[in-house]
Design a protein around this ligand. Structure first.
Ligand SMILES: [Zn+2]
Ligand SMILES: [Zn+2]
Ligand SMILES: [Zn+2]
Ligand SMILES: [Zn+2]
Ligand SMILES: [Zn+2]
Ligand SMILES: [Zn+2]
Length: 236
């Protein structure tokens, strides 16, 4: 079975990673375990969840516009700063080019609550909606004791004065929430209309096209409609 991903020109095959094998996901730069989408001639690999990430999300962090999945940063520097974890990224991101909102793929799908052995209560994800209306004070992460910037997302306990970096609180949590409630386009599906659909355009053109669309469209609803037509198109 072969798959097509908008970020890569060749067909990909699902591959089971062997123990001790060191493969890195091109989408998030993290090591791969379990199964990956692979192109062996390019040594290109994608986690299943990175490969299945939807082309756009309506994210509670940024309700004004849909966030669009781009295979590489749109900035001339070639990298972006993630609004959630404050770390730089150089590959996949969900972004709003108009507002300079950028999120790593795993950071876009952080679970709303997590449990951490260091705290007896459940921790909830807090992100001040972007654009922020007021700045919250900075504090220190209760897990690593490093600075937790006010504009950075955190997991916190509402009852106690306990907050932690997203990456500190989720170290043992597997990413899983890659589904957008009202979007069913992220599951590999047979290409029903045969070859030659528009989503197989080279990634660069597709991105340029998406960004152009994004700038042109005034209404998010209209944009969402347009985007629905260019979703990831997996092909068997
Ligand atoms: Zn990945
Ligand atoms: Zn390839
Ligand atoms: Zn991040
Ligand atoms: Zn925006
Ligand atoms: Zn921390
Ligand atoms: Zn607590």
């Amino acid at each position: 079975m072969e798959y097509k991903h908008f970020s890569h020109p060749h067909n990909l095959k699902l591959y089971q990673v062997q123990q001790g094998q060191q493969l890195r996901c091109w989408g998030c730069h993290s090591p791969c375990q379990d199964s990956v989408y692979a192109c062996w001639s390019c040594n290109f690999f994608l986690h299943e969840h990175c490969g299945n990430a939807t082309r756009y999300v309506k994210h509670p962090y940024h309700r004004l516009h849909p966030l669009i999945l781009v295979p590489r940063p749109t900035y001339t520097s070639g990298s972006f700063l993630c609004n959630a974890c404050a770390a730089a990224g150089t590959s996949f991101s969900y972004c709003c080019a108009m507002c300079e909102v950028d999120l790593h793929v795993p950071c876009s799908f952080l679970p709303p609550t997590v449990n951490h052995p260091a705290h007896q209560h459940e921790l909830s994800l807090s992100h001040v909606e972007f654009p922020a209306t007021e700045a919250s004070p900075t504090s220190n992460c209760k897990l690593c004791h490093q600075l937790l910037q006010s504009r950075q997302w955190s997991y916190s306990c509402r009852k106690c004065d306990f907050s932690a970096h997203t990456f500190c609180a989720t170290r043992e949590v597997k990413p899983g929430l890659y589904q957008d409630d009202d979007d069913d386009g992220d599951v590999p599906e047979p290409d029903s209309n045969g070859a030659g659909s528009s989503s197989e355009a080279p990634a660069g053109d597709a991105v340029a096209e998406l960004l152009k669309l994004q700038l042109e469209m005034e209404m998010a609803a209209h944009l969402a409609q347009m985007m629905a037509a260019c979703k990831v198109n997996f092909k068997i």
